[in-house]
Design a binder for this molecule. Sequence first.
Ligand code: WT7
Length: 653
Amino acid sequence: MSDIQSVLTEARLFPPSAAFAAAARLNKEKLAALCAEAEKDPVEFWAELARKNIAWQTPFTKALDDSKAPNYRWFVGGKTNASANCLDRHLATKADKIAIRFEGDKGDTKNWTYRQLHADVSKLANGLKSLGVTKGDRVVLYMPHTPEAVIAMQACARIGAIHSIVFGGFSSGSLRDRIEDAGAKVVITADGNTRGGNLIELKKAVNEALSSGCKTIEKVIVLKRTGHDVGFDAPRDVWWHDLVAQQSASCDPEWVEADHPLFLLYTSGSTGKPKGIQHSTGGYMVGAHMTSQWVFDLKESDVFWCTADVGWITGHSYVCYGPLSNGATILMYEGVPTFPDAGRFWKIAQDHGVTIFYTAPTAIRALMKLGEEWPNKYDLSKLRLLGSVGEPINPEAWMWYHRVIGKEKLPIVDTWWQTETGAIMMSPIPGATATKPGSCTQPLPGIFADVVDEAGEPVKGLEAGGYLVITKPWPSMLSTIWGDNERYVKTYYGQFPGKNLYVAGDSTHRDKDGYYWIMGRIDDVLNVSGHRLGTMEIESALVSHTRVAEAAVVGRPHEVKGESVFAFVTCKGARPHGDEAAKLIKELREHVGKEIGALAKPDDIRFADNLPKTRSGKIMRRLLRSIAKGEEITQDISTLENPGIVAQLAGKE
Ligand code: WT7
């Protein structure tokens, strides 16, 4: 049975346990009250939450300026600071509470209290200032997933500098492109780190990026993590420990306007060039803060482990800004789930007394395959809430998570959102919502979703299928695309002109109970292990290889990754066969790894003399997707310029 069918016939319902609901921040009644309030006056609903939950240096005078829609401005006139909200305001009551528990790849551990975190952030903030970084400057972070990454984010936020994290798995070329697009002044990196015991050469990649461009970079701050020899170019390069050694542990936060950019985060779209998603300070903080409370039911005694790397939006909102602004204890783990063995995640959960565990379906599926004897070896009794994010979770993986990790007792929150939305948009509320395996259930209070057809018209009734849209602005929405507001308007609000609908890029089904089931992307975006990749990016990486003439990339369903990259390639010269083909496939995979990063390497590459094109020259991707799946071709191929190519593409010639 295909995943879509199994989702559409899924009928199991798991109501929240009475015990959980009794102790939860939100139960059914409280949630209903919040939703009712939001319905009545959405803008005032958010304004009230913003006033009560965020520390403002200057209160805002207007909750929402929509005069330039779809460029919305939230909390106009207000001044705040994200780092002050995450750190300073906890000092009076919980300075000695652990903010971050850390476990390194090799098992090394270290904790930071709120007091220590505040001091380290302030020192680095002063260090940045001493290098000439000021409000509005861009700072690129290319860091391991260690507390220093959070310290660097907070230090930037503290002085009003805009951070832009590039995931450490991206190549030097990707890093260069992002540095250049952001026009960054400083890079913060580490000499390197290990993941699963393998050395990641972070500084080496920075050196490569800088030697091939990045003219705006003045300084590189290098954290010593591995201690191995790296190319170090003083005075451009400075060691983190040298920079902070003489700095004061106090640094007044720079109070910035609510819509001052807190960060840029690059993500893939349907064209080749990644876009710098720009998030505001005030609106973003309201979203990250409130959703952390609502969805994760954060309490004083929790140890919250979100396994996402800080290089992704999940790491921004639910490792750094959301939990810390709530004064929670977070856990950060630098490595991979299966090193040195398949029990590592569960051992960490046990050893650190993790109470809330938030991960991606791809990790759940991978761990599920390794067998339940691994989690069963460890004491997971402190866990009280499980979460999922990044891609649709198939009911089978959901049930395994529920049974083996949740012991059939713990609520599971399947959270739907995007880099662009800043914070969770749809999710069960653990003490209030009955869950269905595979559904992210319903929009959060203050979020208004709908299903529309090809013309942008709402599909009537509860039961509906079509495009997922958000019908009203929300505080943590992206402000724009860095340097390209036109692309922002066109990409997110351009699909249905005059309708003012945010188009998420996902197709969805809504069932008779009003629950949403996300079916996948409607654009040329792939979701590989919860990581977003543009097919065009991979295609341009492939065609930059000397042997490649043309390439078309599609996704193929994959048991663990959700989706994998499948590339159809035509070569300059004769189509390679046998050993030559095998050699070139290896070379092309490496090439894509070098151009973009290992996460983009195609699992499958197939050579053909031609790609299937319509008479107007358009590649028929739908056909390629069917071929990649190994389906029998039943589609009408008579409109193809070259119908004879189909057998070859299917690997039959
Ligand atoms: C795309 C956004 C923000 C989380 C990390 C990914 C897919 C995300 C779910 C979910 C089904 C999901 C969507 C979305 N997605 N969460 N719970 N169920 N699909 O952020 O890289 O910006 O990707 O991830 O397709 O559009 P992202």
